[in-house]
Design a protein around this ligand. Structure first.
Ligand SMILES: CC(C)(COP(=O)(O)OP(=O)(O)OC[C@H]1O[C@@H](n2cnc3c(N)ncnc32)[C@H](O)[C@@H]1OP(=O)(O)O)[C@@H](O)C(=O)NCCC(=O)NCCS
Length: 182
């Protein structure tokens, strides 16, 4: 469709989704380790609904979260990519970078490597002026990836996520920002 169909890094192929990705995606979304900083693990139907939303985002905007393939290791390790949040907050409209990988592939630098390629794509091909990222305050793994790719948090940007119920311990979120390099 567009240039956004595929990005290649040293170890990863970020590609459009295939039907066969849905089973490993559902397994990963049912894993309490992966979903520790979300409201709950997902059922197969909820996981498929996320995959449908990602496909619709690709169709509508020409980019979204890519499926992550690690050639020689696995055809599907999770997703990394760019998306437009579905809610309103003080920093929207914006483009967000995000990631979710199956636990067996954590701590190998894959999220950081794929995120760098997604950032490069966002700035160079989509011509974005800024990319943000957000997560629950306690998600230190994800925050570490944000820091490693050069994003910065200002405490004054912290916010209560409007899609998380009031009073829920995961409602408070941090926001990281990165301006387009000059
Ligand atoms: C967040 C996630 C994508 C990171 O993927 P990854 O490929 O392991 O990331 P990387 O290997 O590139 O970097 C992970 C960093 O976190 C660090 N880290 C790991 N566990 C940590 C912890 N408990 N506390 C603090 N840092 C931690 C690692 O040491 C590494 O940093 P380093 O390179 O300075 O040592 C992965 O953990 C994940 O899918 N988590 C569940 C889903 C999720 O929370 N997604 C984000 C929602 S916003």
């Amino acid at each position: 469709m567009t240039l956004a169909d595929e990005l290649q890094t040293e170890r990863l192929r970020l590609r459009r989704w295939r039907f066969e990705d849905r089973a490993p995606f559902a397994r990963m979304n049912a894993d309490p380790r992966v979903m520790e900083h979300f409201s709950a693990p997902l059922t197969q139907a909820e996981s498929d609904a996320v995959a449908d939303r990602i496909a619709a985002h690709f169709e509508r905007h020409g980019f979204a979260q890519w499926a992550v393939e690690i050639p020689g290791i696995t055809p599907f390790a999770g997703f990394i990519g760019l998306s437009i949040p579905r809610f309103e907050a003080h920093f929207t409209p914006c483009v967000e970078i995000g990631w979710r990988l199956a636990a067996e592939y954590w701590n190998c630098g894959y999220a950081t490597e794929g995120a760098r390629a997604a950032l490069e794509f966002g700035f160079a091909s989509l011509d974005l002026q800024e990319i943000v990222s957000m997560t629950a305050v306690g998600n230190l793994r994800s925050r570490r990836v944000m820091e490693k790719i050069g994003m910065a948090r200002s405490p004054s940007d912290d916010f209560d996520h409007p899609l998380v119920a009031e009073g829920h311990p995961l409602r408070r979120h941090v926001l990281y920002r990165l301006r387009r390099p000059v």
